[in-house]
Design a protein around this ligand. Structure first.
Ligand code: AMP
Length: 314
């Protein structure tokens, strides 16, 4: 939701909201009736939206409610071949329980003999990565960056409140809704940080976004996500990540030192926010609530009223 200009309740937005409500009711109705078994026949299939590692994503419309969704199709054989079954199960389990307006909703899922179908909220403006690439010099102005970082921090705070660590925040895993709001997607690397496994060691994520503790193969906590918010903020303002190097060992050395070179056009407030997130010691990093209240965010993305603050999704 826009915080500076509350959206007009256009008839289109109203229609979409109604459709969404009907769709959620339909999902609930089927679950309550014990017939949670959706099938491909329940959807009209539209154009392809993209292609991932293990399958394709199509725009689709649920036939009864006409609600538009993104239907992600995964081939079982491919999942088995790459030993991804456990990861997918975890992803479904985690994503279907997280409800926040900046987290892409997994509405439901179903399987047939050969495929798994994920029914996802449709984010019509596609990947943040694509939007960033389309910018002049591949970078956003500060107000847009501030809005996106606020929404990412808010979504991650909701994950952490549910003991979930995302572990793979980057522009490719963030989608944009029709209203231009962030939708964090791709929970493939996420993990539930249960009390027995408070500290974890798996190295995961994308090289340029790896936190020092992961590079050093040390235990990590939810604070790896805070590091990623710092890298993301830098990338959105500069057009590249801060520790890019000719080789991986060189990049890893730079990550572990966390020495950041800022181009001259990056303002003092942005520098302060990024520096306070990109701290080698996890416990020194700014917490997400502090990110949302940081002067860089407040200057460019001021809260108008508590009504504009992100709410949990319905
Ligand atoms: P994935 O397999 O999740 O990496 O998705 C492949 C591509 O499909 C992405 O890069 C997006 O462009 C597109 N896509 C995936 N999910 C959605 C969605 N919920 N809404 C719109 N486009 C999507």
């Amino acid at each position: 939701m826009s915080r500076m200009e509350p959206p007009q309740q256009t008839s289109l937005a109203h229609e979409t909201e109604l459709m969404e409500r009907r769709m959620l009711e339909e999902i609930k109705r089927r679950r309550d009736a014990g017939q949670d078994s959706w099938a491909l026949e329940d959807f009209e299939i539209g154009c392809p939206l993209g292609r991932g590692k293990f399958g394709r994503v199509y725009l689709a419309r649920e036939k009864i409610t006409k609600y538009p969704v993104a239907l992600k199709l995964l081939v079982k054989n491919e999942l088995v071949k790459h030993e991804m079954e456990e990861q997918l199960t975890r992803e479904i389990e985690i994503q279907s329980h997280l409800k926040h307006e900046n987290i892409l909703q997994l509405l439901t899922y179903f399987v047939d003999e050969k495929r798994v179908f994920l029914v996802l909220e449709y984010a019509s403006k596609g990947e943040l990565f694509r939007e960033l690439n389309a910018q002049k010099h591949r970078r956003f102005e500060e107000p847009k960056c501030a809005k996106y970082i606020y929404q990412v921090a808010s979504a991650l705070q909701a994950c952490h409140d549910c003991q979930v660590i995302h572990r793979d925040i980057k522009p490719e895993n963030i989608l944009i809704s029709a209203r231009g709001d962030i939708k964090i997607a791709d929970f493939g690397w996420s993990v539930h940080n249960s009390s027995q496994t408070k500290r974890r060691k798996t190295i995961c994520g994308t090289e340029h976004y790896l936190a020092p503790e992961m590079v050093k193969n040390m235990e990590h906590t939810h604070l790896v996500d805070n590091w990623c918010v710092g890298i993301l903020c830098y990338e959105l303002l500069v057009g590249r990540t801060p520790f890019e190097s000719k080789s991986s060992p060189e990049a890893f050395r730079r990550i572990c030192k966390a020495h950041i070179d800022f181009p001259p056009y990056i303002g003092t407030l942005a520098r302060d926010l990024i520096t306070k997130l990109l701290q080698v010691k996890p416990e020194d990093r700014l917490c997400l609530k502090e990110v949302m209240m940081h002067p860089f965010i407040v200057k460019h993305w001021p809260l108008k009223s508590v009504d504009d603050a992100p709410k949990p999704a319905k």
